[in-house]
Design a protein. Structure first.
Length: 201
């Protein structure tokens, strides 16, 4: 990515900006909600590290393919290609895993990443917006060694129908659900072939 110069401070440049994709609400919201809600009923959530519940704690399942979630796959395909176009990256890809994550009251997610995938993401199937923000860690661990430059977390409140995409190596977690609501999200991992395999997106 090219460095970004601050418009109000032309002498200041961000050398390594991190592209992060968010869509506040998917286009085909009603149909996507219906097919994912139906897919969710096919699985029994499993306890994961006594923190929250997932479709499969071995992460060997792909609910999008198993339940033929065509509306969401179409939406995701558009978003992936939009993200890749911004990155000037053209390649075939594959969704290698997808699973539901359920956060009952008082549950959370430990800090983790999704390597060895290339791109990961999440979709919010059920949330009241207050049942646990997702947060991302600064990818530069050396920031904490400085008195001048500080490492900060980036937080996002969940929005029903919202979609996000990010590098799989980016560490993140979910704050504790302090409400009585049950929060449900869909997570997925994507791998790419070598770049420049496609002539257009």
């Amino acid at each position: 990515m090219d460095p970004i110069t601050h418009p109000m401070h032309p002498r200041m440049t961000a050398l390594w900006p991190l592209p992060f994709y968010t869509k506040k609400r998917v286009d085909n919201f009603s149909k996507i909600q219906k097919e994912l809600q139906e897919a969710y009923t096919h699985y029994e959530p499993e306890n994961f590290w006594d923190a929250h519940h997932v479709t499969d704690r071995k992460f060997s399942t792909n609910v999008l393919e198993e339940c033929n979630c065509k509306y969401f796959i179409e939406e995701l395909d558009y978003s992936i290609k939009e993200y890749c176009k911004y990155l000037n990256f053209y390649s075939n890809y594959k969704i290698i895993e997808s699973w539901f994550a359920t956060f009952n009251p008082n549950e959370f997610a430990h800090i983790h990443c999704h390597l060895p995938a290339d791109m990961s993401g999440a979709y919010y199937l059920r949330t009241n917006g207050e049942d646990g923000d997702i947060f991302f860690e600064d990818p530069n661990p050396l920031m904490n060694t400085s008195k001048l430059f500080k490492s900060e977390q980036y937080r996002l409140s969940p929005v029903e129908g919202g979609l996000m995409l990010f590098p799989s190596w980016l560490k993140h977690g979910v704050n504790r659900n302090k409400t009585n609501n049950i929060r449900i999200s869909l997570s997925f991992n994507i791998i790419f072939e070598k770049d420049n395999l496609l002539t257009s997106i």
